[in-house]
Design a protein around this ligand. Structure first.
Ligand SMILES: O=P(O)(O)OC[C@H]1O[C@H](OP(=O)(O)OP(=O)(O)O)[C@H](O)[C@@H]1O
Ligand SMILES: O=c1cc[nH]c(=O)[nH]1
Ligand SMILES: [Mg+2]
Length: 210
């Protein structure tokens, strides 16, 4: 049983594309395609309860009641790997702002190290979608969520492709008011804090830098 703030999509399309991501024979171009497809599906799920206001539109035949998104929305990719998830979210939410946060995990400690952060105090969105394919120890998400909370964002939603059970347990408990939408939750972290079975290093696979 998952905590209320965690959604893991048991859907055949999701499982199909996750298997492509995991496969070491998948090349960088195919990997990017699978990241895009999964991000689109997860975005639909993570936006299920967005706030809307009414608006009347004129069709060629008559007036019609419609709806429009009412919150200011940001997409926050964690560099580098999160970049692969930005375009599919922008396709669905073209008015979103994109704020980048640069973090890498130290190879010695597996702790996140920040290297880029230009969040502006006058531009706080109502809602931020944090995107990163991997949630391993949860350290990078922990740092990111705290930074967004300090910035003043009230509604924070994380979209990840593969998470470890330990990482999910950590962030679900620490951030009960943050939602997490995930394609797969894997059982283990190895001694270098990589997710097993996982998919390897998502950033390297997206940018072909292995
Ligand atoms: O949950 P954690 O233990 O913090 O690990 C997850 C982080 O590690 C990876 O980034 P990486 O450090 O490899 O940077 P990259 O995207 O530049 O490759 C991944 O994309 C996450 O940001
Ligand atoms: O398994 C992992 C863990 C962290 N970062 C990755 O890209 N993969
Ligand atoms: Mg990496």
């Amino acid at each position: 049983m998952l905590p209320d703030n965690i959604r893991c999509l048991a859907h055949p399309l999701v499982q199909h594309h996750v298997a492509i991501l995991r496969d070491q024979a998948t090349d960088a171009s195919q990997f990017r395609d699978a990241v895009r497809r999964l991000s689109t599906v997860l975005c639909v799920e993570a936006t299920r309860d967005l706030s809307v206001t009414r608006r009347t539109v004129q069709t060629p035949l008559s007036d019609c009641e419609g709806q429009q998104l009412s919150q200011s929305i940001a997409i926050v990719p964690i560099l580098r790997a999160g970049l692969g998830m930005v375009d599919p979210l922008l396709d669905l939410i073209p008015q979103a702002a994109v704020w980048h946060l640069g973090l890498y995990r130290s190879e010695e400690t597996a702790q996140p190290v920040g290297y880029y952060d230009k969040l502006e105090s006058g531009s706080v969105p109502d809602l931020a979608f944090v995107v990163d394919p991997m949630l391993a120890t949860g350290g990078s998400i922990d740092l990111t969520v705290r930074r967004l909370q300090d910035w003043g964002v009230r509604d924070i939603r994380v979209i990840a492709l593969i998470a470890s059970q330990a990482g999910v347990d950590r962030v679900a408990e620490d951030f009960a008011d943050v939602s997490f939408t995930i394609a797969a939750i894997d059982p283990e972290l190895n001694d270098q804090a990589y997710i097993v079975p996982g998919l390897g290093d998502a950033g390297d696979r997206i940018f072909n830098t292995q």
